[in-house]
Design a protein around this ligand. Structure first.
Ligand SMILES: Cc1cc2nc3c(=O)[nH]c(=O)nc-3n(C[C@H](O)[C@H](O)[C@H](O)COP(=O)(O)OP(=O)(O)OC[C@H]3O[C@@H](n4cnc5c(N)ncnc54)[C@H](O)[C@@H]3O)c2cc1C
Length: 370
């Protein structure tokens, strides 16, 4: 019987493997890709889709189409559990899919512990595709009246989301919304003063209110409660409080690291179950902690592609080297950005121009395989 490769989640770390899936099929391996959606959305352009710079089709990869064109099987479902001893993954459909080699790129989730009640008019910043629903809802409500929008979180995604809601508010027929960012201790506390000052100045110049030194305790539909006991009323609430690795790996009894992701060695292989590999936000790299940024997922691509093949054929595996400092560029929603690398910080239109160019090129490269 031919060996079975199962790819759980068609995220950023699997792009190269998916683009060259025919190599696996040509060697006689059975390839199955499992994902909840026929498309995978590129997070780096998600806030831009919310603001209207990009259309959904410009920021997504047609995973199902790609897999089927390359001779693999795509199953539209969620993985709900992994059974490493039985070598099978369980799906939301109730089905079980056996594997000889499994690769997980199941991403991360925004913790929803603060939210009480239904998610109506509450938008977590992940999954990225839901930001399009948020856009439509803001357009619908904002055409009738001046709405109030809260963004809970003080990191880069909160800044990008707030800035891009502002952009949405400039659309014809819209009444400009009142935007408040609940930044926790402060805005962008883990970034350099140069980045922080530019972010603060950019939001202030557009009358986006930032509340610092207050924690949000609970989020309900249309209202939130802060640590001072104050109730704030909003029409729409975004939650951008950071991410945690997909919990199903730990829940499946696979060893996890300090951040809760699958603990992997330098071959991106589970430290206990050597037939399981992983990349992106859902792993904890044993050698050193990696930030939850797409940059690492992208850098892991060639290693995963090689090591999955090596695990199936018995060839030698390659080690992943995370590399040095990476370039960060934030999209502020007004045609400007903030770029930082090492101690260099650059703000303004050029920063966004560079981000837009890099992101579009990334999309073109992988969409070409579809
Ligand atoms: C608003 C925002 C903006 C960001 N901007 C940037 C940026 O500009 N640059 C940068 O480097 N990083 C950025 N990040 C961080 C970046 O999103 C992550 O580091 C990156 O998405 C990680 O890629 P991933 O493939 O591991 O996870 P994801 O992008 O989350 O992909 C996971 C995939 O797995 C699938 N999946 C999830 N659960 C299951 C399941 N149970 N079964 C099967 N499939 C499943 C999903 O559908 C998805 O296709 C941003 C994050 C956010 C929230």
């Amino acid at each position: 019987m031919s060996k079975r490769l199962v790819i759980a989640g068609g995220g950023h770390a699997h792009m190269l493997t998916l683009a060259h899936l025919e190599d696996f099929v040509a060697k006689g391996f059975e390839v199955t890709v499992i994902g909840p959606d026929s498309h995978h959305y590129y997070s780096g352009m998600g806030p831009g889709m919310l603001g209207g710079t990009y259309r959904p089709e410009e920021i997504r990869f047609a995973t199902q189409q790609l897999v089927e064109n390359k001779g693999g099987l795509f199953i539209q479902a969620k993985v709900t559990g992994i059974q490493p001893l039985e070598r099978a993954v369980r799906l939301s459909s109730g089905e079980e899919v056996p594997y000889d080699v499994l690769s997980c790129n199941l991403g991360s989730q925004v913790p929803a512990d603060l939210i009480k009640g239904p998610l109506e008019d509450i938008f977590l910043v992940k999954p990225i595709e839901r930001l399009f629903k948020a856009r439509q809802r803001i357009l619908e409500l904002g055409a009738k009246q001046r709405i109030r929008i809260a963004v809970v979180g003080g990191g880069p995604s909160a800044v990008e989301i707030a800035g891009n809601i502002w952009r949405l508010g400039q659309e014809p027929g819209m009444q400009e919304p009142a935007i408040t960012v609940f930044a926790g201790r402060s805005l962008m506390p883990h970034h350099s003063p140069g980045v922080r000052q530019r972010a603060v100045a950019s939001l202030a110049a557009r009358s986006i209110k930032v509340i610092s030194n207050t924690r949000v305790q609970q989020i309900h539909q249309r209202q939130l409660f802060d640590s001072e006991g104050i109730t704030h009323k909003f029409d729409i609430i975004f939650v951008a409080v950071g991410v945690q690795p997909n919990r199903l790996i730990g829940e499946s009894g696979i060893p996890t690291g300090p951040q809760g992701g699958m603990l992997v060695n330098r071959y991106l292989q589970s430290i206990k179950h050597t037939r399981i590999f992983g990349g992106g936000d859902c792993i904890d790299f044993q050698d050193r902690p990696l930030d939850k940024v797409g940059v690492y997922a992208v850098r892991q691509n060639p290693i995963l592609r090689h090591n999955l093949m090596a695990a199936l054929t018995g060839e030698r595996m390659q080690a992943f080297a995370p590399g040095g400092k990476y370039l960060l560029i934030f999209n502020l929603g007004d045609g400007t950005g903030i770029l930082s690398k090492w101690s260099m910080v650059l703000g303004g239109r050029l920063a966004f121009f560079i981000k837009d160019w890099i992101d579009r090129r990334f999309m073109r490269t992988f969409q070409a395989f579809e």
